[in-house]
Write a protein that binds this ligand. Sequence first.
Ligand SMILES: Cc1cc2nc3c(=O)[nH]c(=O)nc-3n(C[C@H](O)[C@H](O)[C@H](O)COP(=O)(O)O)c2cc1C
Length: 372
Amino acid sequence: MSRFRQQYSFFIGLTFPLHRIESKQSYFFHKLTYGIITEEHLHVEIITSEVRFLIITLSPMAGVSDKSFRKLCTSMGADVTFTEMISVNGLTKKNKKSFQMLPDVDEHAVVQLFGKEPELFLRAAELIGDRARWIDINAACPVFKVTKRGYGSALMKTPSLLRKIVELLSSNGIKVSVKMRIGWEEQKNFMEVARAASDGGAFLITIHGRTVEQGYSGKADWEPAKLLKKALKTKIGISGDIFTPYDAVNASTFTNADYIFIARGSIGNPWIFEDTKSLVANGEFSLPSLVEREKIIKKHLDMEIEEYGLHGIIMFRKFLVRYLKNLPQSHEIKESFMRMENYEELTKVLDAYFDKLISCEQGGVEGGNIEG
Ligand SMILES: Cc1cc2nc3c(=O)[nH]c(=O)nc-3n(C[C@H](O)[C@H](O)[C@H](O)COP(=O)(O)O)c2cc1C
């Protein structure tokens, strides 16, 4: 048995109950199949000692990381939350929609900005003032509508401009970070871009382990984050394919990154933040009960309605689909929910659905258990 296997077996043997061993092993082999994590990377024993200070972060997501979702994730263990990207042009032109996307002062969220003119970034940051925990510059968005104007990941093609933006903000006393990808295409220039951001004064550089050309296809490559962490003094954030608490711990262990960014894995599963903390602290976590799921779904719905009025019901649809994923017979409720715009009707349907599931679970009726 290799040294790794001994450590691995020792660790799970000590701290994981049986069902955890199964899920951990299948996770391990799944990752090996994709060739991302090798035995050398998976120093699982570190979970119990060094990996105790992960800063678990809700990644920026346009159309998703709104005020309600950020606040919900904060209440469920996220250490840092990011707004979706907000246009510096919109803010400096006093666009109402752009201002509505800003966090409340007491929320302490990071505001992510996109654009390309350094002066507009500065003016926008000054308008935002203390509503932002700090300002993050988007050099990661691959959407053509954004990059064709030189915004988002197009900044990776002009590292000197990115540096200018960062420098202007930091020389004006504004705390600033940058989110980027590993490169535009095959030729990955992440080191050059990260150095430019770091030299400009960014305190944190987050790297999504895909090229711009890749979009969201393929698997995220965590190696560049590891290289940046070794090469730079700047704090490093890792983003990409962190869908479970195990992914979070492995990403941290492999890259040594300071901030662990969770995006898609939090939609419909805001428990992932607390679960990750529990895994780090106790070596295990438990899935939310049906009662807990229903409670959080309703809480989230109420928060969306508080933020947007009745339009919140429509905003909530994308979340509900994900909350109900893998729950039995959820396709019917998902379909009827897509047509509903009435709050009372909607909560009645939710109540009836969960009552049925809970009584099935209590009575041990087949098909009433949560799958997966
Ligand atoms: C719906 C959606 C919207 C996103 N919007 C943004 C954004 O506004 N700014 C940004 O930097 N990244 C954005 N991203 C990228 C994520 O922050 C993250 O880097 C990427 O999804 C990889 O992480 P994941 O595998 O955990 O989803 C978005 C991703 C998704 C799925």
